[in-house]
Design a protein around this ligand. Structure first.
Ligand code: GRF
Length: 196
């Protein structure tokens, strides 16, 4: 059984989909939801789902990312996870933390990587006049929003789309893609999966 810890900073809709998927004959179970933001809505939703939660507030650490990550790592290992899933975790992690979890950390990003690493992906896709958008689940490596792609889901960009309408469509695709990739990853698959 793969023990999964989920890291988030916001509402946690992807976390909910991951947790809801890890039932029955699924090879993984959620053991922790951890946030850098004590006010993250995802913490409440995790507790409602019966998943243990923890908070490591990044703010007291100011610019000392290494000290924040040491505290974060310490909190995570208490739960003994095998795998970390970043799900809207809005802190950049340093190579020191990433190395500790090499090959054992996934992320979801709201673009078709390698396009639009970083923030404001939907606005940038609209500005570029793209005809489609989507999301990517990838292994986390030291480069931001990089690392081997494990799955992508594509959605159309429709006339009149705004960043908000497009983000709603992409988020629905995220909710289908991330549980699928998590399950495949836990079953040992590393070849990328594609959802239309
Ligand atoms: C998602 O769009 C995810 O791709 C991005 O942050 C958002 C998190 O949404 N990294 P939620 O907290 O899972 O609802």
């Amino acid at each position: 059984m793969t023990r999964v810890a989920i890291l988030l900073s916001g509402g946690g809709s992807n976390m909910v989909k991951l947790v809801e998927s890890m039932v029955g004959d699924h090879p993984a179970r959620p053991v922790l939801v951890v946030s850098n933001d004590p006010a993250a809505g995802g913490l409440v939703r995790a507790a409602e789902l019966g998943v243990p939660t923890a908070v490591v507030d990044h703010r007291p650490f100011h610019a000392d990312r290494a000290a924040f990550e040491t505290a974060l790592h310490g909190e995570i290992i208490k739960a003994g996870p095998d795998l970390l899933c970043l799900a809207g975790f809005m802190r950049i992690l340093t190579p020191g933390f990433i190395d500790r979890w090499a090959g054992r950390m996934l992320n979801i990003h709201p673009s078709l990587l390698p396009d639009y690493r970083g923030l404001h992906t939907h606005a940038r896709a609209l500005e570029a006049g793209d005809s489609e958008a989507g999301c990517t689940v990838h292994e986390v490596t030291a480069e931001l929003d990089d690392g081997p792609v494990l799955g992508q889901a594509r959605v159309p960009i429709c006339p009149g789309d705004t960043a908000k309408t497009l983000s709603t469509r992409v988020l629905a695709a995220e909710h289908r893609l991330y549980p699928l990739v998590l399950r495949r990853f836990c079953e040992g698959h590393r070849d990328p999966v594609s959802l239309a």
